[in-house]
Ligand binder design. Structure first.
Ligand code: SAM
Length: 311
């Protein structure tokens, strides 16, 4: 079957709540260099996909304990560490193994069959380039919490050179990868171990820095309060999140209901946006952007955006 539809740059900008004119050139360049063709599913394919989601929701391993989660990430990042040492640091060796080719993905309210099986990941790259350009150009230091392999710090270091980059993660392997990136590329990247569930005071953020998370706060579910307090006390200039946000699904539709159901079963981030909105009402923070990313993997949308700053 042919890919008779296309996510052109204007359609993508619309899906992430911006416009062609305001989308930075770097994101337009990412989109111009990837295949963005797609086709809609037949009724039979859509039924089969919904059934696959329902079956996935029934799997016992859909939710994990904190200990299982840590062990899984430690193992995964150790594999990337070995790859970086043997093949050299690149966006390929830093790509997490859970980034799998998708035969079906979510885009603008529909399940679609993408021509490019890594379209979801590529759209995330375009969005992050856009956010980095918009919000981090003036930052002397940028911190990523739950940075994993550091692939987005590596991307950021090449996009906006000459600023301090710090990656924090609760795994040991993540910090080892950051050291290898710094050694091989000369980028000013450093790392430290940090648990968002129990931040402590060993990691101090330079005041006025930029902070971001990508698919990391999703992992702490409803247990975000200690980390939110830490963020507020760190007095950053700006905080950017690219995460699945439960409250942005419009649950009356089947399409959104399935994503929200999956999100809850995975114990993903829940209640964070209302907590930020409460802080805004108390005039403790200003929320600059809240938008649903509008695209996702076959199961949910890890592409929503929240940008805020302490007052
Ligand atoms: C889905 S991965 C995303 C990694 C990276 N941000 C990216 O997008 O490639 C989630 C990351 O959060 C980290 N993580 C999960 N729970 C954490 C916690 N309590 N404290 C710190 N890091 C955590 C994991 O080790 C992993 O690196």
């Amino acid at each position: 079957m042919s890919y008779d539809c296309n996510i052109d740059i204007a359609a993508y900008a619309n899906a992430i709540g911006t416009t062609y004119e305001t989308l930075p050139e770097v994101s337009k360049k990412v989109l111009a260099n990837i295949k963005t063709g797609y086709r809609l599913l037949s009724i039979e394919e859509r039924d089969a996909h919904i059934m696959a989601i329902l079956k996935r929701l029934e799997e016992p391993q859909i939710s994990r304990s904190t200990e299982e989660n840590l062990a899984i990430f430690e193992r995964g990042w150790s594999e990337n560490l070995a790859l970086c040492r043997t093949q050299g640091v690149s966006l390929d060796s830093l790509r997490p193994k859970y980034v799998k080719p998708n035969s079906i993905m979510r885009f603008a309210g529909k399940f679609i069959v993408p021509e490019n099986p890594f379209l979801f990941d590529d759209l995330c790259t375009a969005t992050l380039n856009s956010l980095f350009t918009r919000y981090f150009t003036d930052a002397a230091a940028v911190y990523e919490f739950g940075c994993g392999t550091g692939r987005y710090l590596y991307m950021l270091g090449n996009l906006l050179p000459r600023r301090k980059l710090v990656g924090l993660d609760w795994t040991k392997a993540s910090g080892e990868i950051l050291k290898v990136i710094a050694e091989q590329t000369g980028l000013p990247i450093e790392g430290a171990r940090f648990d968002m569930l129990s931040p402590g005071d060993s990691v101090k953020v330079d005041p006025g820095s930029a902070i971001y998370t990508v698919g990391a706060m999703e992992q702490i579910g409803t247990r975000f309060q200690a980390f939110l307090t830490y963020l507020l006390e760190s007095r950053p200039a700006i905080v950017v999140h690219h995460e699945p946000i439960l409250e942005l699904y419009g649950e009356p539709t089947l399409y959104d209901y399935l994503a929200a159901f999956y999100h809850r079963k995975r114990n993903y981030l829940n209640g964070y946006l209302p907590a930020l909105q409460g802080l805004e009402r108390e005039r403790k923070i200003e929320i600059l952007e809240v938008r649903r990313g509008g695209y996702g993997d076959p199961f949910n949308e890890g592409s929503s955006i929240i940008v805020w700053r302490p007052l």
